[in-house]
Structure formats: structure tokens, C-alpha cells
Write a protein that binds this ligand. Sequence first.
Ligand code: PEP
Ligand code: MN
Length: 341
Amino acid sequence: MIIKIKRNRPHLSHEFMGYLDTLNCEIKKIEQMNCILFVLTGDTSSIDIQRIRAFRIVDEVIPIDDPFKLSSRAFNPEDYIVDVSGVLFGGDHFAMIAGPCAVESKEQIFEIAKGVKDAGAKILRGGAFKPRTSPYSFDGLHKKGLDLLLEAGQRTGLPVVTEILDPRDLPFYEDVDLLQVGARNMQNFPLLTALGKQEKPVLLKRGFSATYEEFLLSAEYILSGGNPNVILCERGIRSFETEIRNTLDISCVPMIKRLSNLPIITDPSHAGGDYQLVKPLALASVAAGADGVMIEVHNNPQYALSDGPQSVKISRFKSIAKDLNDIRQIIQGGLNDETHD
Ligand code: PEP
Ligand code: MN
């Protein structure tokens, strides 16, 4: 259950707070965008909703059965739109994020940034602090990588997204537009909690084996800290199939949209693990209603220091961007037709 306090009513009366104390459930107070909310969890079945509504400071009481609350569509039926330095995700908005797996050099990131910008990407990606399965693999240029990414973003006018591994690194990310939480960190609760306490939007990737509920509960950590700006990303899950790196769970897109009002994009590069799969998986994502895609692009994939096999060349990215645009136009026409059940 969520109790929404009327805006501009910062004074919570003793009577109201005293009443909350009598309730036999867990209560968390959340301050989000000048709005005070109380999230009640546990056994809320015996709570007298009318009694709570009678308090003058209460705007709304919303009973929500889902374990996730603030990210639930039951709480907020309207699509939530996340603004990443002017690039919008959610509602009718769609954007492409593109760039290399990792920033490797000035020449590399500058060439790719220009190429993806010309092809219509709206945000530049590039890893600087890379989570690698093996401690012997290239794990990014760290602070130097961040600086090069930011410089490439400035040159092209593209906002940037990059992964953060450790909340103690947050000061390095001051000029980054969108903070990425990788699949391996989807349940890194101290990291999620820290990102909930700051204002930058967060791109939260789904863990390899996370259920939709676990995925949304991770988003909930950020939202309940006071940061409402979360973009979800389906990036493929582990399945029994060994021919492909991961299995892109297309159902995740419409299901998350049913359960939650947060925007969701997909990452067809990490899903397929193969540059030839990127286009069909990206097109399928858009057809399923994704609010964006994130694609790994490299100027010289054969020599990429990470994820070369799944990185597309700039020329292929241009062709993907064009086809995505075509599919979107068809989908927009189709979605406007509400004559079907
Ligand atoms: C990435 O986007 O660079 C990445 C490491 O992705 P994931 O966390 O989905 O594996
Ligand atoms: Mn990668």
C-alpha cells in the first residue's frame, strides 16, 4: 500500500504519525521529487483505508498487491518518461544507445562516436570500469577511459552512459549522463542504494537469471531511495542453449510494461553475442514495444579488446538504425489501432 501526502504539506501531524505507529506493518517514508510517500509492506489487509483517507494531509491511498510498489503500474498507470540530458525514454519516445563495449583509445572512441551520431544514435556508450568474468581480461581504461568517453560525447554533442561498479567511484562519474548497472550487479544492493540517493538516471540491466519480480525489486531499491529515473534493460538470460551467448527474453518487454510503468530497452549485442544477430534481435525488440536499444559498435571489431564478436561495424549500425526506424513507423501505426481486444 502507498500513502501519498498532498504536495506542499511538509508538516506531518502528530495525529497522523501516531496513527501510522499503531499499524502492524513495515512503513518506509520516501521523499521523491518534492513528494512524500509512505510505503506500507507486510500484512496490510486489515488497514482501514477510509480512516487514512480521512486525514487532511493525505492525497491518495493506493493499495498495491505487487511486492514492488513504486515501480508498479498499479501505483502509476501512466508510462514514466526518463530524461537523459534531453534524450527521452518511455511513452512515445524511443532512442538508440550505441558505442563500443569498452573505450580503448582516443582514436577509437572518437571515430565510433562520430559514426553512431551520424547514424542517429542519441546516447554514446563505452565501458571504462569493466566487470570481466576473468581477472586476466582487459577491464577498461578506468578514469582515463571515462575522460575519453566524456570528450567524445562533448565533441559529438551526445550524452554518455557507462557502467559503474563501485559506489565509491561516484565522484568520477560527475559528468556522466546515465549510470549503468550491469547484469552482474543487478542485486548489488549497496550500489543500488547509493544510486537511489543521487539524481542521475540509472540504466539497470537484468541479471542473467533474475525473474521479472527480482528485476523490479532491484529497481525499487533505487526508486525507494528517492531517485525515480530508472530505465530497465533486458540483455538476455542464461538458458540451456549453448549456440548463443544468452537468450533474449522478448516476453520481458511486454510483461515489464504490464507490471511496471518504467521504460524498458533491450541490449541485442550481449543477448546474442554475435554481430549477425544484432539486427534481428533489435528489430524484434522494437516490434515488442521496447523504448530503445543499446548496441555495441566498433570501428575495428576484429581487434576489439572486449566483445568483438558481437560488435557491429559502423556501416552495419547505419543499416540497423534505418530498419529500426521503418519498424517503428509500422508499429506506431499498428498500436494506434485499438479495435482489437
Ligand atoms: C556492458 O553493457 O558492457 C555489459 C557488461 O553488459 P552486461 O552487464 O549486460 O553483461
Ligand atoms: Mn560488452
